[in-house]
Design a protein around this ligand. Sequence first.
Ligand SMILES: *Cc1c(COP(=O)(O)O)cnc(C)c1O
Length: 397
Amino acid sequence: MLVFADNAATTAVSQTALDAMLPFYKEFYGNPSSLYRIGQKAAEALQEARQTVADCIGADPKEIYFTSGGSEADNQAILSAAEEGAKKGKKHILSTKFEHHAVLHTLKKLESQGFDIELLDVHENGIVTAEQVAAAIRDDTALVTIMMANNEIGTIQPIAEIGEVCREKGVLFHCDAVQAVGHLPVSVHAMHVDMLSASAHKFHGPKGTGFLYCRTGVRLHNLIEGGAQEKGRRAGTENVAGIVGMAAALKEACDNLEENRQYVTRLRDRVIEGLSAIPHSILNGDRERRLPGNINMSFEGVEGESLLLLLDDAGIEASSGSACTSSSLEPSHVLLAIGRPAEVAHGSIRLTLCEYNTEEEVEHIIREVPKAVQTLRDMSPYWEELQKGERKFYVVQ
Ligand SMILES: *Cc1c(COP(=O)(O)O)cnc(C)c1O
């Protein structure tokens, strides 16, 4: 059995999306800027995709800018707000410690350019509150950027409340909703966001495609100069097939959102219940306010990377954190932000499920993970020290 349980890193492209894309590689491969028929056919498809995407988040098609994915959308939103803020002498940007690196590294760059970057602490349950945001906003705040759902621990932030605070105080609000779009209801109006990022490959669309919602009246600056595509805000011949596939995948996800959410939540809860029986294990992130498919757990006395290798042998594809962190030896910044000590953060795995996973797969996970944890503990000097009382358990039960 092969179980793909890393859907927060990427997802399989849905058959619907694939079927929608193929004609734009084979027949209608024209450049949307060309005046002949296959070009115009591509231009029409782009327009239709823009409408579909806008409808899914309650926006106007004029407010949708297609990008190469979530990272580009995050970069463009943040850098645009920073430039606009700087013009008015506003150089304070408010975010959190557990954002995606596409946000954190962009903020780091701005810091080196003289911006005042403030990262809010995250509560132990993986949630940031609107009260924290309200207390930290200043007269010179140019932007608040906070993610809707965390990619590692899956916790869902009170975005509508945070958006309301920002709107009241007249501060721009950007939301990295890459993990949420297609999985949770998203309405840009109800959430009071000015800008919002999404990525197709997180909801069964193709990789290398995403979008930035930018409310009418909010100024966007280019990352890429060139032609007049995307109203002059993002040059380069459009990834027509990718965009068409993204729109088809998003429509499919939104049409089936409630049904998928209930099914995936049931699978998730079964895994959490099964793995919580492992002694000295702890769930990371709030038990209830989390993405339907997210399970992130720490097992004391275990090395997360080794656990992943054993699970791979058992046919389970999972992650030890975000895809970006798993190739480095740094403990996850997200787990550190919620107060896990480095040793415990190192012994963590993330399993992320989707509607393609089955109950049999979930049973396989519940059978295999405890075995792998035991195997590693049996050979761990660290675990032995814990057993002998030479070290204190962090996770007591
Ligand atoms: C995956 C992800 C991104 C990056 O999206 P890409 O399309 O892979 O560039 C940004 N933010 C979050 C929260 C993500 O999960």
